[in-house]
Design a protein around this ligand. Sequence first.
Ligand SMILES: [Zn+2]
Length: 255
Amino acid sequence: MKRGLYKARAVILNSIDYGESDRILTFHTLEHGKLTGIAKGARRSRKRFVGNIEPASEILLVFFHGGKSDMVRVEDASLIDAYSALKSDIERLSQACYLLELVAEMTREGQRLPGVFSLLTGFLKMLETEDGETVLRFFEIRLLSMLGYLPHLDCCVVCRRPFAAEERLFFSSEKGGTVCARCAVSAGSVAGISAGTARLLSMAAKFDTDKLGRLKPGAAFLEESEGILYDFIKFQIGKELKTKKFMAKLKNASL
Ligand SMILES: [Zn+2]
């Protein structure tokens, strides 16, 4: 990027305190992809940034890019959508933070991805009213698809044989998708997956965000796809996600 002042639509992915009064922010912008910036005096000057730089807020961001360093300087942030319904409920907030962490971990700095921006804002909106677990599963598969990591779901990824109806299937993160029973023997770590779950994931990967409401997944899909998708994501990024652990703690605490 050239040295200068820029304006961008952005969703705050992460915000950490820095020094006495500053904040370091990571945001995903519509125009420039993921960026990291410093908001000078953000913790002192309440007037300038008020609650606008909290994670999961969508803002109109004004920032200065020095031309050399990757870190930009945040000059102004005006609120477009606070997604307030997410912030008044700890479960929904943790689910929103999971979406943010996924985007932060799976994208590179400065990689222009306008589709990911629309996906994120669309799903934050959906998370305010729809079933959280369903929203998370659909977001995972749509994000993987958009970034070119979509697992194979329509045939055996090893022998390429199309599946018969009612066939017992498995999923291997290492092989990158569904495997038949014969290939599963030598595929290393695998998990069972029903044909229905594989089919629904494959459909959800192709659906536009506003049409996802037409898919009505049952409890079996949600349970099965959660482990499979998370294991696949972990395999792709090579680490655990902090918010996933937090969500698991929250679930145990509320039992
Ligand atoms: Zn096979």
